[in-house]
Design a protein around this ligand. Structure first.
Ligand code: SAM
Length: 287
């Protein structure tokens, strides 16, 4: 089969016994694809996170297919139902409220179960906030780390923040608006205020906003503002060869340990300067 014939094959009617993972807009409804609409119109039913949200989307395009709710809390009951429907030759579409299902959204465990049952899965790709923000950031985008929402427990959160501070690859995070300022402060503590980041608010929507380019500048920008809307954060990786991007948090930690062990500030700074090949006064001034 050549590439063209396989493409045209995939754009026809939904096939029986196939789970279609359908990407939907992350704000601007015009970002839905023709293929997504065709599938949503013609599958036996659509499994969606919030039926009201999906109803709004499909109604805008004149579609009135059957919707069933599928989310984190009912997935135990709904997965067997969906798998059985697929086994009965039905075609099913899976959507989330916005973006790609199963990216910090329901779907992962359903897709896993469907595959375990040797049922076909076909993805109709659509927008994803992480990828939209990444490619707009200007940071390296061919190799990156996506972490979604950070854990809430302090110990786990601090561990991952420490890792982020040392990553040399671009890192992408999701955060809710009411926790965003706290995250900025944490990023400053762990990565230093000079670390490059780009914050994307309300991507593809009317009040879309992009703020950078250091953590300090972003903190300043949001200082007296109420945060509303959806936010994706892209953090530039450190350049391990550049002195100015040496991780301040790790250096401070090492410096404190040496001082606690009995070294003077000057001796500890000299020791670390030699070990890490950094100017002594840079370390001295951190204290
Ligand atoms: N499945 C979605 C995707 O493919 O991007 C992500 C769903 S996750 C539950 C929701 C988070 O994605 C938001 O809290 C925010 O961090 C990010 N997000 C979603 N839409 C966004 C937008 N329009 N602008 C910025 N970030 C967005």
């Amino acid at each position: 089969m050549n590439i063209n014939s396989s493409l045209s094959h995939r754009s026809r009617e939904p096939e029986n016994s196939v789970l279609y993972i359908v990407g939907t807009p992350i704000g601007n409804l015009d970002d839905i694809s023709l293929r997504a609409l065709h599938i949503l119109k013609n599958v036996a039913f659509i499994a969606c996170e919030d039926t009201r949200q999906t109803k709004k989307l499909i109604s805008k395009f004149g579609i009135s297919n059957k919707l069933i709710s599928f989310h984190q809390h009912n997935s135990i009951n709904k997965i067997p139902f969906i798998v059985d429907s697929l086994k009965e030759q039905k075609s099913v579409a899976l959507v989330s409220d916005a973006g790609m299902p199963s990216i910090c959204d329901p779907g992962e465990n359903l897709i896993q179960k469907v595959r375990e049952n040797n049922i076909d899965v076909i993805c109709i790709p659509g927008p994803c906030a992480a990828i939209t923000a990444l490619v707009s950031s200007g940071f390296k985008s061919s190799s990156f780390i996506f972490l979604g929402f950070l854990p809430k427990k302090k110990k786990e959160r601090d561990e991952i923040l420490l890792k982020i501070s040392n990553f040399d690859k671009t890192t992408i995070l999701y955060e809710s608006p009411h926790r965003f300022k706290k995250l900025l402060v944490e990023l400053k503590i762990f990565c230093g205020g000079n670390r490059e980041i780009q914050v994307f608010r309300e991507l593809t929507k009317k009040y879309e906003e992009q703020i950078g380019i250091t953590i300090d500048m972003v903190i300043n920008h949001f200082e007296n503002k109420n945060i509303i809307g959806e936010i994706t954060i892209v953090i530039n990786g450190i350049n391990k060869n550049k002195t100015s991007e040496i991780n301040e948090y790790t250096l401070k930690k090492d410096l404190n340990e040496l001082i606690d062990a009995g070294l003077t500030l000057s001796a500890a700074s000299s020791y670390l300067a030699k070990k890490k090949n950094i100017k002594k006064n840079l370390i001295y001034n951190l204290y």
